[in-house]
Design a protein around this ligand. Structure first.
Ligand SMILES: [Mg+2]
Length: 146
C-alpha cells in the first residue's frame, strides 16, 4: 500500500503572503476608510500576509513607513485622504526610500492621478471596488518583481 506521502500534492499552493523561505511579507495598509482597511486586511491575512500597521492619512503613512523601515515589503496607498493625500505621501516615501514598493488604491475615474503616481514611482494600482483576485494578483506581481 502506498502512503499519501508517495503522492506529490498537486493542490498544495503556497500562500501568496509567504516569501520563498516561509516568512510573511510585511504590509502597511493606508486608507482613510475603515471599511477598505478591513477589506484589504482580510484579503491579505487570508493569504498569510503580515499587516504590520495601518494608517488613515498620508502623514501617518509616511511616519509609519519610516518607523518600520526597512521592515516594510509593500504599502497599499489610498489616493484621497485627509491631511495629506496618497500622491504626496507616495512622493515622500519614495524620497526616503527609492526602493519602496507602493501600490495605489484608487477610486474609479482617477486615471490622471493614477498616471501621476506611476510616474512618481508607484509600482502598480488597484481600482475600487476591490476584487480579491485582482488585489492578490497585483500585490504578488509587485512583490515578486524585484
Ligand atoms: Mg480615501
Amino acid at each position: 500500500m502506498k502512503a499519501s506521502s508517495d503522492f506529490p500534492s498537486i493542490n498544495a499552493k503556497e500562500a501568496d503572503g509567504l516569501k520563498p523561505e516561509g516568512t510573511p511579507y510585511k504590509i502597511l495598509i493606508v486608507d482613510d476608510s475603515i471599511f477598505v482597511k478591513k477589506q484589504l486586511s482580510q484579503i491579505l491575512q487570508s493569504e498569510q500576509f503580515d499587516i504590520i500597521e495601518t494608517a488613515g492619512d498620508g502623514e501617518e503613512a509616511v511616519e509609519k513607513y519610516k518607523e518600520f523601515y526597512p521592515n516594510v515589503d509593500l504599502v497599499t496607498m489610498d489616493i484621497t485622504m485627509p491631511k495629506m493625500d496618497g500622491i504626496t505621501a507616495l512622493e515622500k516615501i519614495m524620497e526616503f526610500d527609492k526602493n519602496a514598493k507602493v501600490i495605489m488604491i484608487s477610486a474609479l475615474g482617477k486615471q490622471e492621478l493614477v498616471k501621476k503616481s506611476l510616474l512618481l514611482g508607484a509600482k502598480n494600482y488597484i481600482v475600487k471596488p476591490l476584487d480579491r483576485k485582482k488585489v492578490l494578483e497585483r500585490i504578488v506581481m509587485v512583490l515578486k518583481r524585484t
